[in-house]
Design a protein around this ligand. Structure first.
Ligand SMILES: [Zn+2]
Length: 231
């Protein structure tokens, strides 16, 4: 018997019976996840382990690099954009997490040649080029690129009218995360300092100030880039 088939049977025979009532409730009552999780597809990033979430808690969309397509000027089909709209308008989640990570192949690819036949990948990565730095690629430059990309996606999210409206009404909070695989720790983005803090030292789970935007929050969002340039 092949390994994958064995795993399917193990889920059904061993795991499911213990959790059947939970799944049944989720079918009867429907899903009401509180969090839209936008994460990189990287196999080392395991959202359920990081958050301790179970069935019904996370609405997850994953793609290469944890990228948010621009709301305007879309060409072609964008499953990630559709997922954001669905999570905002239908599920009405109260949190959006954008989760990048260390050693991200997508961010590294910004500094390398992408094979010509990978046309979709090439076009997709173009959405992250703003995050790349005009420097020799080093582990430190990659780390900063990964973090800059997360901030860029938070800004893109605010271009979605249904996201901006609900953030401004304080119905939704945005959380920028950078998961450091080798440390087993998520670093959360703090909009006030423009820096990522290890969760062990942070007082919030990422971009907490969006809870209490200043009178003109547009200024805060426009300032993010400036602050990034200073360190
Ligand atoms: Zn990645």
């Amino acid at each position: 018997m092949d390994d994958l088939l064995q795993r399917l049977r193990r889920f059904h025979d061993d795991f499911f019976p213990e959790h059947q009532s939970r799944f049944q409730t989720l079918v009867t009552d429907g899903q009401h996840p509180t969090t839209l999780f936008i994460g990189c597809s990287d196999s080392r990033l395991v959202p359920y382990l990081l958050t301790g979430a179970g069935p019904g808690e996370l609405f997850i969309v994953r793609n290469v690099g944890a990228l948010v397509p621009p709301y305007m000027g879309l060409h072609g089909l964008h499953g990630t954009a559709a997922a954001i709209e669905f999570a905002m308008l239908n599920l009405k989640v109260s949190r959006i997490v954008v989760c990048g990570h260390s050693h991200c192949g997508a961010m590294k690819a910004l500094y390398e040649e992408v094979p010509a036949e990978a046309r979709n990948l090439q076009g997709w990565l173009d959405m992250a080029r703003e995050a790349a730095l005009p420097v020799q690629v080093t582990p430190e430059a990659l780390r900063r690129t990964e973090q800059r990309a997360v901030v860029l996606q938070l800004e893109r999210l605010m271009d979605y009218p249904m996201v901006r409206a609900r953030v401004e009404r304080r119905e939704v909070t945005l959380h920028g995360w950078h998961y450091v695989i080798e440390d087993g720790e998520v670093h959360v983005f703090d909009v006030r300092t423009g820096q990522f803090l290890p969760a062990s030292q942070a007082s919030h789970s990422g971009t907490g100030p969006y809870h209490e935007p200043p009178a003109d929050d547009a200024v805060v969002f426009n300032e993010i880039d400036t602050r990034w340039g200073s360190h």
